[in-house]
Write a protein that binds this ligand. Structure first.
Ligand SMILES: [Zn+2]
Ligand SMILES: [Zn+2]
Ligand SMILES: [Zn+2]
Ligand SMILES: [Zn+2]
Ligand SMILES: [Zn+2]
Length: 487
């Protein structure tokens, strides 16, 4: 339960350590001596000046932070922690504690006339420091054992790993300095330091959707096959804008750009499997269905990244994007409380000049249900003739997880039977292996073998409310087309 992924503080101005309370909440600096708020004991300041600057906005959050833990009774929390279960068995319990706090926090905020519950407020709860061994927070220590308890001990190096006691710190030390799964050879401590460095870069530049989330403003005159890596891609000056883009910023941007680049990569591989490389060069219309979209495909103006498809495929005059899945609701609810039917996104001037057409639509249904409905509507004349998309993409779908299996199963069957080229990505290698066997059990004809995606996001993320799990958006990729012959 350590560390903070840098991207949860979207649109906010706080570094990972400021959220954890081990850097100044105002200037993000790491002081020799922390001045921790003695009431909530959660946020810290480097100086009286920084504390004064935050005084007004802190006042309200401070009292809510003090009240939030009361959303779960002490006896309930005592019961969780005194089972003495290993930390990873407590993850579900901890996430339920968080859910209760989150709800209380939100309600209290509205009650007090402040309707602005931001991602940063939520992060303060979500990333409440917890002991890496027993998962107790400082607040648990105070309310359950010792009213005088002040704050957890933190790793002096990364300041993002915590322990409730010297004893637990010693128990965790080895694990903290070992390489983590998917950590690209880095230890947890090093990963935490990287997260702080990345988040400082965002704080320093300010979060601007079209800069932090970004696509290059240029159109290619003809399709040129993708290079083999991000490194090569960023080495091409036409892919760099603004020219002062730093290496860290480039890495941060791969999280967003991973979406169109993975689609292009998949389309290249599908064409190669068909021995038909011409379709990328000549197609004038492209319809993509994004299944299970819920995050950067939709939020924070991130959908503009799809523009990179148009910029790479100059022959395409009409791009149709359909976002289908129950999670489409997140981030797509308009100010009047109804679901937006299309994305608020205007094509860039280069595309407009060229007369390119873009059509987006959102459908909060499971894909197989969506298709059945469209077919039925077409049959009764209530809708246009149904056409299958040119490609379907399932980003980080977790399709093999027990939790989602029932939902994905009929969709996979339908996609395989219809012969729609379908691209699937996953966070971890382990998941891509499970996805592969799931696709095989549905007799999906795998034409793109499971592999490490060269267009994966280069931002390693830490899963919240679980320990020691770093992951990468679109880390692994595979694809199928049609049904495999029996026998
Ligand atoms: Zn400061
Ligand atoms: Zn406070
Ligand atoms: Zn502990
Ligand atoms: Zn550390
Ligand atoms: Zn454009």
């Amino acid at each position: 339960m350590n560390g903070v992924s840098i991207f949860t503080t979207d649109l906010a101005k706080y570094s990972s350590l400021a959220i954890l309370g081990t850097a100044c909440f105002v200037c993000q600096e790491i002081p020799d001596e922390l001045m921790r708020c003695q009431k909530c004991k959660r946020m810290s300041y480097c100086s009286a000046a920084c504390r004064a600057e935050d005084f007004e906005s802190h006042e309200m959050i401070c009292s809510l932070l003090q009240l939030a833990p009361t959303s779960t009774s002490s006896s309930k929390r005592r019961e969780i922690f005194e089972r003495e279960d290993p930390a990873h068995d407590l993850e579900l319990d901890i996430s339920l504690l968080f859910t209760a706090q989150d709800k209380t926090f939100r309600e209290m905020m509205v009650e007090r006339g402040n309707r602005v519950y931001t991602r940063a407020h939520r992060d303060l709860l979500l990333y409440e420091p917890r002991c890496a061994i027993c998962l107790r927070s400082a607040d648990d220590m105070r309310t359950l054992y010792d009213p005088e308890y002040n704050s957890l001990l933190h790793c002096p190096d990364c300041r993002a790993a915590f322990a409730c006691s010297e004893d637990h710190r010693a128990q965790y030390r080895d694990e903290h300095s070992q390489q983590v799964e998917n950590g690209e050879g880095l230890t947890e401590c090093e990963m935490n330091k990287r997260a702080y460095e990345y988040s400082l870069e965002i704080v320093a530049r300010g979060w601007t959707p079209m800069v932090t989330l970004w696509f290059p403003m240029r159109r290619r005159t003809e399709y040129s096959p993708l290079p083999s890596s991000w490194q090569e891609w960023f080495a091409d000056p036409s892919n760099l804008s603004p020219p002062d883009s730093s290496q860290i910023l480039n890495k941060i941007r791969t999280r967003q750009l991973s979406i169109p680049m993975s689609i292009l990569h998949g389309m290249e591989l599908f064409d190669k499997a068909d021995a038909d490389l011409s379709s990328l060069l000549t197609r004038t219309e492209l319809e993509i269905v994004v299944l299970g979209a819920m995050e950067y495909e939709l939020l924070f103006d991130g959908s503009a990244c799809f523009e990179e498809l148009l910029h790479n495929l100059p022959s395409v005059r009409r791009l149709i994007l359909r976002f289908v899945g129950p999670n489409v609701r997140f981030g797509m609810i308009g100010p009047d409380g109804t679901l937006k039917e299309a994305l608020d996104w205007d094509l860039c001037t280069l595309c407009k000049e060229k007369g390119v057409e873009l059509k987006t639509s959102t459908h909060p249904d499971l894909y197989h249900e969506y298709v059945k409905e469209r077919i039925a509507q077409a049959a009764t004349g209530d809708g246009p003739a149904f056409e299958w998309p040119d490609i379907a993409v399932l980003f980080n779908s977790g399709l093999s997880l027990n939790y989602y299996k029932a939902e994905w199963s009929p969709t996979l069957d339908m996609l395989a039977e219809s012969g729609v080229p379908t691209l699937c990505s996953s966070f971890l290698e382990r998941e891509s292996v499970e996805d592969e066997s799931c696709l095989e059990s549905h007799r999906c004809n795998i034409v793109i073998k499971r592999h490490k995606n060269p267009w994966r996001s280069e931002v390693l993320m830490k899963m919240v409310l679980t320990r020691k799990q770093f992951f990468t958006y679109n880390g692994f990729i595979q694809g199928f087309r049609g049904l495999k012959e029996r026998g």
